[in-house]
Design a protein. Structure first.
Ligand code: FMN
Length: 214
């Protein structure tokens, strides 16, 4: 079967995308409005983009019509805040945090503080103004490196590329000065409301360098 994006409803192709490109890591993004109201929301169109400079990226989409009509703005609060302040923090999501992460995915008025709503503890950052999620073992403080807008004003999205200016890592996941991945218990998002745990791990050695014969 072949599905052409141009021949199906956007929502249906979105389902193809998020089912087939999985599991996706989840960025739990903390921002502050220009008035200083805290916001926290998850984004799974997310990944590490570059080691040097250290970049990560995530994509807030334009709000669905009924939500933008109800809340009075096409932009998700996260993107609005980042446009206004240029700063954000990405916390990673572990098994014990998924329910609280999910609470912060609701479509709430900008005046609502999702830290309080979800019962997670804001911890002051060192370099940027938005708070970290104290319960998460890794929080990346970021400044905007580049914003790329795509689509239209009613159906597009934006790629937020952030430069990591500080990584805050809990001692509980550090062994000999390095992150021990087996201690992290990260979750990934699959299609729909399905998630995956990263408990079944294995190693695979890379092919050795084969030097071309001259
Ligand atoms: C696990 C998960 C991943 C999500 N990923 C995205 C995403 O990549 N892009 C997006 O626009 N919304 C995504 N959402 C929905 C947003 O979290 C939701 O629209 C939220 O209300 C945005 O909050 P804000 O308006 O405070 O920024 C995701 C939701 C969940 C539960």
């Amino acid at each position: 079967m072949q599905i052409k994006p141009s021949e199906v409803k956007p929502r249906d192709f979105y389902r193809v995308l998020i089912s087939a490109i999985a599991p996706r890591p989840i960025a739990w993004v903390s921002t502050l409005s220009k008035e200083g109201i805290a916001n926290l929301a998850p984004f799974s169109f997310f990944n590490a983009l570059c080691g040097t400079p250290p970049l990560l990226g995530f994509c807030p989409g334009i709000r669905a019509r009924e939500i933008r009509e109800a809340l009075g703005s096409p932009l998700k609060d996260t993107l609005q805040n980042i446009r206004e302040t240029g700063e954000f923090v990405v916390a990673v999501v572990t098994n014990d945090l998924v329910e609280r992460m999910n609470i912060t995915a609701g479509d709430y008025e900008a005046s609502l503080d999702e830290f309080a709503l979800a019962g997670v503890t804001p911890r002051a950052s060192q370099v940027v103004r938005p708070s970290q999620v104290a319960e998460s073992p890794v929080n990346f403080e970021c400044k905007v490196y580049q914003l790329v807008d795509f689509g239209t004003e009613t159906s597009g999205g934006s790629l937020v590329i952030g430069e990591i200016v500080a990584a805050n890592i809990s001692d509980t996941v550090m062994v000999d000065g390095k992150i021990e991945g087996n201690l992290l218990e990260l979750v990934g998002r699959m299609g729909g409301n399905q998630y995956s745990r990263t408990t079944d791990r294995f190693e695979l050695a890379r092919p050795p360098l084969v030097v071309p014969q001259k």
